[in-house]
Write a protein of this length. Structure first.
Length: 268
């Protein structure tokens, strides 16, 4: 059963914040456009982190097979390092950056992952040098993050730091972002793993109980932000609908999270 598919078809007329968006329409009664993150309590962060799916390691092995060298990777918008720790299985060193210090406080320690706070005020030159300089990075990953970036600023930095030839950037999201990344500008040459306008569709699976689903939904940052604005995104009636759709309350089900990936190399 695709739980997320059910959630994704719900009308959701709010501008995207951190987890999920409808992404077809600009009606925005809750103006959260500038919100990049919401500060969850550490307990909520744990619930969210445990309930969300993990990016399969095979995805990073697939990307690693496309770069000739495996010295340095940059995981940008790393959050708590979900993707960074998997990238570290296939690259010697991962520089994992985020504009949110709060997110980095929850980061999963890993001997090959260096977490660095990169506030928006940091200059492009500073950022490039912090990552290792021009032409130094084998793989850049931006997992469920790039839709938040100022792409006019981000892509030139990517082009500077990626190794040329050989380096690639990969961006994936399990949210409904930029119409499943179909409309996301992605000015890189295809490496056969999704390209501008044609993201590769991948599935992630997560086994969960109904209680697990409820915990996950109530831990979503978007639910907290809406609540702050006086909007209850999980009213009793909706939860009853979910319960009916779930069936036997004790049953454990596999949720499928649709994920979209774009990857490419610098056009020379
Ligand atoms: C939805 S989270 C994804 C975190 C992680 N990559 C994952 O997949 O679990 C998006 C992250 O992007 C970060 N972020 C947003 N804008 C950013 C920017 N301009 N530069 C770096 N990180 C940014 C946020 O702070 C947040 O941690």
């Amino acid at each position: 059963m695709s739980v997320m598919k059910g959630i994704m078809t719900l009308p959701f007329p709010f501008e995207s914040v951190d987890v999920g968006c409808e992404d077809f329409g600009s009606f925005s009664p809750v103006n959260t456009a500038k919100r990049q993150t919401v500060d969850l309590s550490s307990e909520e962060a744990v619930v969210y982190s445990e309930a969300r799916p993990r990016y399969p390691s095979e995805w990073f092995s697939m990307l690693a097979a496309l770069t000739p060298q495996h010295s340095v990777a940059w995981d940008v918008g790393t959050g708590n390092g979900q993707a960074a720790i998997s990238v570290a299985e296939v690259y010697e060193k991962v520089i994992a950056t985020d504009i949110s210090d709060e997110q980095l406080k929850q980061a999963i320690p890993h001997p090959q992952v260096q977490y660095v706070h990169t506030p928006l005020e940091m200059s492009d030159d500073e950022l490039v040098s912090l990552i290792g300089g021009e032409n130094s990075v084998d793989l850049i990953t931006a997992a469920t993050a790039v839709q938040w970036f100022d792409l006019d600023r981000f892509y030139p930095i990517v082009k500077r730091v990626l190794r040329k030839p050989g380096g690639i950037i990969a961006s994936q999201s399990f949210k409904i972002a930029s119409q499943c990344y179909k409309t996301l500008p992605f000015p890189f040459e295809s490496v056969g793993v999704g390209c501008e306008g044609k993201p590769l569709e991948l599935d992630m699976h997560k086994v969960m109980s109904f209680q697990g689903l409820l915990k996950f939904l109530s831990s979503l940052p978007v639910v907290h932000i809406a609540k702050e604005q006086g909007v209850d995104l999980l009213p009793e009636e909706l939860l009853k609908d979910f319960e009916r759709a779930w069936g036997e309350p004790e049953s454990v089900r596999t949720a499928t999270y649709k994920t979209y990936m774009l990857a490419g190399k610098v056009k020379l």
